[in-house]
Design a protein around this ligand. Structure first.
Ligand code: SF4
Length: 353
């Protein structure tokens, strides 16, 4: 097994510098980027305008293999869940969610997750390891290639949400490097407003966000009172709501515009009047957007989804009180691809070969 770093996590400027240091032309990095990200050609032998020297250096020093799609399933609503495998045979789930005007990829940042939210299927796995930047970008490239070759749609993935397995800010530097690769205009060129970084509330890393590319920020809030939030998200014992909102106040909003607050609505846990009153106190109307997510039940989950009427009532109250509030339609729940349901299941048919 090679231990070389994957080439796919390298921001353009780093690749340029490396190749210039090897005595290659100053255009070499841009040419390689163009082949990989614009043309989707991953075999260096086919990079006709790249010098032999540059290709040999990259082959000797980097891993150019894409991650492998080891399994996939399609939901009746068109959502596709992929099991993406890496060199050490660890796998993560990546979900492609089509809509009329876009194709969103829900990407994983870790194998498993250390945060242990009690409502989350992934949280039951614990953290196995962080993903490298190249493994994060590799999910995009492998899924895009699979869709092009094996599905009837040639739609390009247009949006990225870091809402798959893992807490992205717990793997800060690789997620930052991967985001730089996604944003690079000479490569994939995905717009800042089409990428969403979601966090459970890691305060020290939220305080560092001035240093992160200015993409959309989503905070998994899920409760407006410390007692309930601690029950749902053990991280609240370390960084409670007061500390979380002190950190959020420091996020440079000019760049990050409105912050989205993800709020998982769970029957009889956080869907009542007291919860609404708490939200009114916590959230500033001008810079907040609330995204309600009715809880997706999974096998053995202890929580229940509220009725549709209850969800509608909760949303109506927030809107009546001056908030921008949407309810996320659940996608792919028949294949356990919906939010909080992701978990690498090892008993799936193994397609490694
Ligand atoms: S909800 Fe997110 S942060 Fe919480 S355990 Fe699941 S993957 Fe980790």
């Amino acid at each position: 097994m090679t231990t070389k770093q994957s080439i796919y996590g390298l921001p353009l400027e780093s690749l340029r510098q490396l190749l210039i240091e090897q005595g290659c032309s100053k255009f070499s990095g841009d040419q390689v980027y163009n082949w990989i990200y614009k043309c989707g050609v991953f075999d260096p032998l086919l990079w006709s305008n790249v010098s032999k020297k540059a290709k040999q250096y990259l082959l000797d020093n980097f891993n150019l293999e894409l991650p492998v799609i080891t399994w996939q399933a399609r939901s009746t609503d068109g959502t596709r869940k992929f099991l993406v495998g890496f060199e050490d045979k660890q796998t993560v789930e990546t979900v492609a969610i089509p809509a009329k005007d876009r194709l969103t990829l829900c990407i994983s940042s870790q194998v498993g997750c250390a945060i242990g939210c009690t409502f989350c299927h992934t949280g039951t796995m614990g953290l196995k390891r962080h993903l490298q930047a190249g493994e994060i970008v590799g999910q995009y490239l492998a899924v895009q290639k699979w869709l092009k070759e094996k599905s009837d749609s040639d739609k390009r993935i247009s949006n990225i949400v870091y809402m798959g397995q893992g807490e992205p800010l717990h793997n800060y530097e690789p997620v930052k490097a991967a985001t730089q690769v996604f944003l690079e205009a000479k490569g994939l060129g995905i717009g800042q407003r089409k990428i969403t970084l979601s966090t459970s509330g890691l305060v020290p890393q939220i305080e560092k966000l001035w240093d992160f590319p200015p993409v959309n920020i989503a905070i998994s809030l899920h409760a407006a009172h410390n007692d309930i939030r601690t029950e749902l998200m053990p991280i609240n014992k370390v960084y409670d709501l007061e500390r979380l909102f002190e950190a959020i106040a420091k996020v440079p909003l000019k760049a990050h515009r409105r912050i989205t607050y993800e709020y998982l609505l769970i029957a009889n846990i956080n869907d009542g009047e007291r919860d609404l009153q708490g939200l009114y106190k916590l959230l500033d109307r001008e810079h907040s957007k609330v995204n309600l997510i009715p809880f997706n039940e999974y096998p053995d989950s202890e929580f229940k989804q509220p009725s549709q009427q209850k969800v509608q009532w909760f949303q109506d109250q927030l809107i009546a009180n001056g908030y921008v509030c949407t309810t996320r339609t659940s996608r792919g729940d028949d294949i356990l691809a919906a939010c909080g349901q992701l978990k690498s299941e090892m008993d799936k048919e193994n397609l490694w070969d």
